[in-house]
Write a new protein. Structure first.
Length: 156
């Protein structure tokens, strides 16, 4: 996992509509960049839907939410449509961004070891610097946690 205080790696990835995005285009806004294992799995769905519910509040605070997984653009499109997700989902099947943010790790599931995305959320400031990094986040609680985190930054 990358440390707070480091420059967030830029990326160039397609969203659920095939439009390319880079971190650079979000300069001037706070970015919640969250990495998740898979579309349409229980934890990932809960996390995405909770981010969706809170999305207007993130926008009010000058932040955008971006989800990243190795799923395809088509998978992301179905996921977005099924749950009415109002934010960007980036497709990273080549793992360039996933590995750049150091979230591709060995995981153990029912005694089997495999490689996969460890659920991680980064809060990146307007200048592209990581302010907070949360590893092994709890899917359902993460969106509210991130909203609280942004709120704390805005308090005088």
């Amino acid at each position: 996992m990358l440390e707070a205080g480091t420059k967030a790696p830029d990326f160039s990835l397609p969203d659920q509509n095939g439009k390319m995005h880079s971190l650079e285009e979000y300069r001037g806004k706070k970015v919640i960049l969250y990495f998740y294992p898979r579309d349409n799995t229980p934890g990932c769905t809960k996390q995405a839907c909770n981010f969706g519910e809170l999305y207007p509040q993130f926008l009010e605070k000058g932040a955008v939410v971006i989800g990243v997984s190795k799923d395809s653009v088509a998978s992301h499109k179905k996921f977005e449509e099924k749950y009415g997700l109002p934010f960007t989902l980036l497709s990273d099947p080549e793992l360039s961004c996933i590995q750049g943010y150091d979230v591709w790790k060995e995981k153990k599931n029912y005694g089997k070891v495999s490689m996969g995305v460890v659920r991680t959320t980064y809060l990146i400031d307007e200048e592209g610097i990581i302010i907070k990094a949360f590893g092994k986040v709890k899917a359902a609680e993460n969106p509210a946690q991130m909203l609280e985190c942004i709120g704390e930054l805005q308090e005088p």
